[in-house]
Ligand binder design. Structure first.
Ligand SMILES: Nc1ncnc2c1ncn2[C@@H]1O[C@H](COP(=O)(O)OP(=O)(O)OP(=O)(O)O)[C@@H](O)[C@H]1O
Ligand SMILES: [Mg+2]
Length: 454
C-alpha cells in the first residue's frame, strides 16, 4: 500500500483523534483530524482523501450524513465507521449505504490498520477497473509475453486458439507466473478487444461487497440507496471479465456466478428483473480447484462451467530456458537509461540456479533491485542479492517446537511459522498464503488473530 495515503479522522472525541493521528502517522499515513461532521464535509471538498475514519454520533452533522455526502461527492473515498459495540446495527446500515467496513470501539490498532490497508487495496482496484475499462486498447498494446521454452510456447498456442472462442477459461498457476498477463493476451487476441477488459480480485473484497461489485444494485435496494449502481458484468458487456483468485469466491455467491455463466443472466441486488450481459469470463487461481471441490469449498458444477478450457502456466523453475531471456528483457525494459547494464557470468549462473518461489514477479524484482544496486555497467552475482539458500531450502522451524518455557502450543507454533514465512517472502501475503497452502483470507485472519507485526 502507498504509505503516504491520505486519511481523514472524524470523531468528536478529541483525545481519540489525537491518539489515532499519532499512531497512524507512525504507520506512514498522512493524517488530518476533524471533530464534527460539518468540518469533515469541508475537508473532503478541499482534499482528495483515500480513506475516512468516521464516528457516527456527532453533535451538528452526524456520521451518516457525512457518509451520504461522501458517497455522492467522491465515492472513491473508503469510509470506515468507528462505532460502539451497542451501535453495530447502525454500522451495518452504513455498509449498505456504501461504507467499506466498521471497527468497534475500543479499537484494536492492528485490526484497524489491516482494515485500512484492505480498504486502500479496494480503492486501488476500483480505480484500476475504471482505468482498464477506459484504456483497454492502450494497455493491450503493451501486453508482451516473453519466453522461449517449449512449455511456455505450448501455453501460448493454447491461449491464441482459445482467444478465438467464446468459452470460459480457467488459468491455473503459482503466484507470479503471469496469469493476469495471459488473461490480457487472450482478450487482446479475441474479437472482443475493442470492448472492456475488467478485473475483479475475489480475495481482496469483503463478501458483502463482491456481489454488489459484480452484479450491481438497484436504487432503493438498501435504505436510502440513492442511485443505481452498475455491476462489473454490465460494465464489461461485450468484453472480458477477469475473476482473479476465483477460488476465494464464497459458496453463497458461486450459484449466482454459475447462473451467469450458463445463460448470461443476473440480477442486481434489490432488482426484480433478470438482466443479461454478454461477457467472456476468465478465472485465475493458484489453488487446485478440483481438490477444493472434493473438500466442498468450490462447487463442482461451477468448476466445470469455468474450465471449458484450462491453461496451466508452468512455474519458472520448470522452464529454466526462460530465466535469462526474461532477465535480459527486464534489464532492457526496467533500465532508466538507454544502454542497459549487463549480467556477469556468475550472475547468470546464480540466476539459473535459483528456484524462484515467487516466479516471474520475483525475477522481475530481483532485476529491478540489481539495476539500482550495481555500481558499474556489469551486474555481479552479489548485486542480485538472491536468498543465500537459493530457493529450495526453506528455513526450518523444527527447533521452535520447544523454548525455555517448555513445549509450545499448537497456536504458538502456527504463529511463529506464519511470522517466519511472512518474513521469508517479504510480507508478500499472496505468495506466503500460497506457499502455506491457505487462502489469503485465512492468512489475514491469522495475522489478526496472532497479532503478527511486520
Ligand atoms: N512471460 C512473461 N513475460 C514478461 N513478463 C511476465 C511474464 N510472465 C509474467 N510477467 C510479469 O510478471 C509479473 C507477474 O505477472 P502476473 O501478475 O500476470 O502474475 P499472476 O500469476 O497473476 O500472479 P498472482 O497469482 O500473484 O496474482 C507481472 O509484472 C508480469 O508483467
Ligand atoms: Mg494475478
Amino acid at each position: 500500500m502507498p504509505k503516504n495515503s491520505k486519511i481523514l479522522v472524524c470523531d468528536d472525541d478529541e483525545t481519540l483523534c489525537y491518539l489515532l493521528k499519532e499512531q497512524l502517522l507512525e504507520e506512514g499515513f498522512s493524517v488530518d483530524t476533524v471533530y464534527d461532521g460539518s468540518f469533515a464535509i469541508d475537508a473532503i471538498k478541499k482534499k482528495n482523501y483515500d480513506a475516512l475514519l468516521l464516528d457516527l454520533n456527532m453533535k451538528d452533522v452526524s456520521g451518516e450524513e457525512v457518509l451520504k455526502f461522501t458517497s455522492d461527492y467522491n465515492s472513491t473515498i473508503q469510509v470506515i465507521i468507528l462505532t460502539a459495540q451497542s451501535e453495530i446495527r447502525k454500522a451495518i446500515e452504513c455498509i449498505k449505504l456504501g461504507a467499506y467496513d466498521f471497527i468497534t470501539k475500543p479499537y484494536n490498532f492492528d485490526d484497524l490498520v489491516l482494515t485500512i490497508n484492505r480498504a486502500l487495496e479496494h480503492k486501488e482496484l476500483l480505480v484500476k477497473n475504471t482505468v482498464l475499462s477506459n484504456q483497454v486498447a492502450k494497455r493491450s498494446v503493451g501486453t508482451r509475453i516473453v519466453g522461449v521454452s517449449p512449455e511456455l510456447q505450448k501455453v501460448m498456442n493454447l491461449a491464441h486458439k482459445s482467444a478465438m472462442t467464446d468459452s470460459s477459461i480457467l488459468i491455473e498457476g503459482e503466484t507470479g507466473t503471469g496469469k493476469e498477463l495471459f488473461a490480457e493476451l487472450i482478450h487482446k487476441y479475441s474479437s472482443r478487444n475493442d470492448k472492456p477488459f475488467v478485473v475483479i480480485n475475489c480475495a481482496s473484497l469483503p463478501d458483502q461487497l463482491i456481489e454488489s461489485e459484480l452484479f450491481g444494485h438497484e436504487k432503493g435496494a438498501f435504505t436510502d440507496a440513492k442511485s443505481t449502481k452498475q455491476g462489473l458484468v454490465e460494465i464489461a458487456h461485450g468484453g472480458t471479465l477477469f475473476l482473479d483468485e476465483i477460488g476465494e469466491l464464497s459458496l453463497s455467491l458461486q450459484p449466482k456466478l454459475l447462473r451467469f455463466l450458463e445463460n448470461g443472466e443476473y440480477r442486481r441486488i434489490g432488482g426484480v428483473t433478470n438482466l443479461t450481459s454478454n461477457v467472456r469470463v476468465i478465472g485465475a487461481t493458484n489453488r487446485n480447484l478440483l481438490e477444493e471441490a472434493d473438500n466442498k469449498n468450490f462447487r463442482r458444477d461451477l468448476l466445470f462451467r469455468l474450465n471449458v478450457i484450462t491453461l496451466t502456466i508452468p512455474a519458472l523453475r520448470e522452464r529454466k530456458e526462460d530465466v535469462l531471456v526474461l532477465a535480459r528483457y527486464f534489464l532492457e525494459t526496467k533500465s532508466p537509461v538507454r544502454s542497459p547494464k549487463k549480467l556477469s557470468e556468475e550472475a547468470e549462473y546464480a540466476l539459473m540456479n535459483y528456484d524462484y518461489p515467487g516466479n516471474i514477479r520475483e525475477l522481475e524484482h530481483v532485476i529491478e533491485r540489481a539495476i539500482i544496486f550495481a555500481e558499474g555497467d556489469i551486474i555481479t552475482a552479489d548485486d542480485l542479492s538472491l536468498p543465500t539458500n537459493a530457493g529450495r531450502t526453506i528455513p526450518k522451524v523444527i527447533e521452535l517446537i520447544a523454548d525455555e518455557d517448555g513445549i509450545l502450543s499448537m497456536d504458538e507454533i502456527e504463529k511463529r511459522h506464519i511470522a517466519k514465512a511472512l518474513t521469508y517472502y517479504r510480507w508478500d501475503r499472496s505468495q506466503t498464503a500460497s506457499q502455506l497452502g491457505i487462502s489469503p483470507k485465512t492468512l489475514y485472519t491469522k495475522i489478526k488473530k496472532y497479532q503478527i507485526k511486520q
